[in-house]
Design a binder for this molecule. Structure first.
Ligand code: TYD
Length: 141
């Protein structure tokens, strides 16, 4: 199992190109052109009840770009030593979450859509779902 040395400073908001159009804007993410990785999977969270918390887990290999396609929410990032909270509220900003970061998504606005672009297909074995297990994997416990 490959251990990734990463911290919250490796997780940044990237601004994607926005094509202005009076009839509605377009933002495109295209493999081979868009950074920071090629996308193998897209999923989105929607109809999230107020007060729900999603995504209390970390990934060992997966890179993700999290986008508030509609509405807003907060992403809590935790590298085992430090935490930071990023509010996402624009569809042309993406938060890069690298492997080895515990993340939770909270404070969904009504009707929010959390779009996730992922570097790998779904793999249940890539998840760390227990925070203690995460800290041990990071050699912090
Ligand atoms: P999960 O990643 O646990 O959601 P969250 O941590 O945001 O609460 O996924 C919820 C369920 O959806 C779980 O049963 C696995 C399934 N799932 C897939 O089948 N494919 C996927 O790509 C994802 C992200 C989840």
């Amino acid at each position: 199992m490959k251990r990734v040395i990463s911290d919250i400073h490796n997780c940044n908001v990237v601004e994607m190109e926005k094509n202005h159009n009076p009839a509605g804007n377009i933002t495109v993410y295209q493999n081979g052109t868009s950074q920071p990785f090629d996308v193998k999977r897209v999923y989105y969270l929607y109809d999230v009840p107020g007060g729900s918390e999603r995504g209390g887990h970390a990934h060992m290999e997966l890179h993700q770009l999290i986008v508030a396609a509609s509405g807003s929410f907060d992403v809590i990032l935790d590298d085992g030593r430090n935490k930071k909270i990023i509010q996402l509220n624009r569809p042309y900003f993406g938060l890069l979450v690298v492997p080895g970061i515990w993340r939770e998504i909270v404070n969904f606005s009504s009707g929010a859509i959390c779009l996730v672009l992922a570097s790998e297909k779904y793999n249940p074995h890539d998840y760390l779902r227990d925070h203690d297990e995460f800290l041990k994997w990071k050699s912090l416990k």
